[in-house]
Design a protein around this ligand. Structure first.
Ligand code: UT7
Length: 336
């Protein structure tokens, strides 16, 4: 019997209908399409509208599509982890809410918050349960309603973020496909540059925290940018080296979509052209936990069995990491 690895066997995704364009943003704050395109590389992002709707309401579309495509019955799922920084509520976990809404009744699960790295952290964590043999159908979700913590009076952050969700199914594989290697890291001292001040136990919601707009994303762009470029590129290059993947042997880089310039810098350091990089930041913006599964979802039909894929991420925390996957199936079988 071969070693058990955790293989992705399907991908689902969803973005809400409403499209917030740079043109609309430039009527809300002092900005321009030219500035946003040059400095970040985003043209539009999708936003969830509707009273009382949260991250789970985006995620369930991705999970239901995944169940349908992979012919998986909800009751067969034995674990669901949700990477998320904008949970429906402080508690209970959004993973539980998604499971309930999708009829997943025989699973255990939890949320994982590693900033924009949440999906990759969740994927790597889930893969260990599959590799150990204890869990056989594991769903990993990356979902965020970033519009719920975005300050639409702050021009430095409001162009960046969008809402979305993606989900993958992980199953055991004995033929040498799936998650082959991963390296994840944190540096908590970076928290001062990117966080949400209020709403946690330090500063519970009060009239003062609301007045001071402390329930929104606080970001100092430049230190985050610098740390993202160096750490994401370093760990992606390390992943190539220690698995003997030359630029020619790499089929795809799947980078977190925070800024086009960060993506380009990472690809340059890896020695690969943009033709091998999944990029959809222009249409979706930074959907935080959802960027990576949304890329896999959009590129699924181009992915082939045996493709060498590297996922790389960086986020609030600071958190970062990379993962090497030998892709397990021809995505064209799911062509839309
Ligand atoms: O996903 C989690 C990790 N997050 C990231 O990776 C984000 C990393 N950081 C970034 O992507 C970039 O730092 C930003 C996109 C956030 C900002 O780009 P920047 O090139 O670092 O701009 P900056 O903050 O240094 O601002 C440059 C100038 C400033 O004006 P002055 O002081 O030079 O006169 C800003 O006030 O651009 C101004 N500015 C804007 N101008 C027009 C800031 N935001 C805007 C805007 N429109 N939306």
């Amino acid at each position: 019997m071969g070693k058990i690895t955790a293989a992705i066997t399907g991908v689902g995704g969803f973005v809400p209908d409403y499209i917030l364009t740079n043109e609309e943003l430039s009527r809300m704050v002092d900005t321009t399409d030219e500035w946003i395109m040059t400095r970040i590389g985003i043209k539009e992002r999708h936003i969830l509208k509707g009273e009382g709707l949260g991250t789970s309401d985006i995620a369930i579309h991705a999970v239901n599509e995944l169940l349908r495509k992979t012919n998986t019955k909800p009751e067969e799922v034995d674990m669901l982890i949700c990477g998320v920084v904008t949970p429906d509520m402080q508690f209970p976990a959004t993973a539980n809410i998604i499971s309930d809404k999708c009829g997943i009744k025989n699973a255990f699960g939890f949320d994982m918050n590693a900033g924009c790295s949440s999906f990759l952290y969740a994927l790597v964590t889930a893969s260990k349960f599959v590799e150990s043999g204890t869990h056989k159908k594991v769903i990993v979700v990356g979902a965020d309603k970033m519009s719920s913590i975005t300050d639409y009076t702050d021009r430095a952050t409001c162009p960046i973020f969008g809402d979305g969700a993606g989900a993958v199914l992980l199953e055991p594989c004995e033929d040498g496909f799936g998650v082959m290697d991963a390296k994840m890291q944190v540096d908590g001292s970076g928290r001062k540059h990117l966080h949400q001040v209020a709403g946690g136990s330090c500063y519970p919601a009060s009239i003062e925290t609301v007045t001071k707009r402390q329930h929104y994303i606080y970001q100092e762009g430049q230190p985050v940018f610098k740390a993202a470029v160096s750490n994401m590129a370093d760990v992606a290059v390390e992943m190539m080296k220690r698995n003997n993947i030359t630029p020619e042997k790499l089929a795809w880089l799947v980078p977190h979509q925070a800024n086009m310039r960060i993506i380009e810098a990472t690809a340059n350091r890896m020695g690969i052209g943009k033709d091998k990089v999944m990029i959809n930041i222009e249409r979706f913006g930074n959907t935080t936990s959802a960027t990576i599964p949304l890329c896999l979802w959009e590129w699924e039909s181009k992915l082939k069995k045996g493709d060498n894929v590297i996922i790389a991420t960086f986020g609030a925390g600071f958190t970062w990491g990379a993962c090497y996957i030998k892709w397990a199936y021809d995505g064209s079988k799911f062509a839309k």
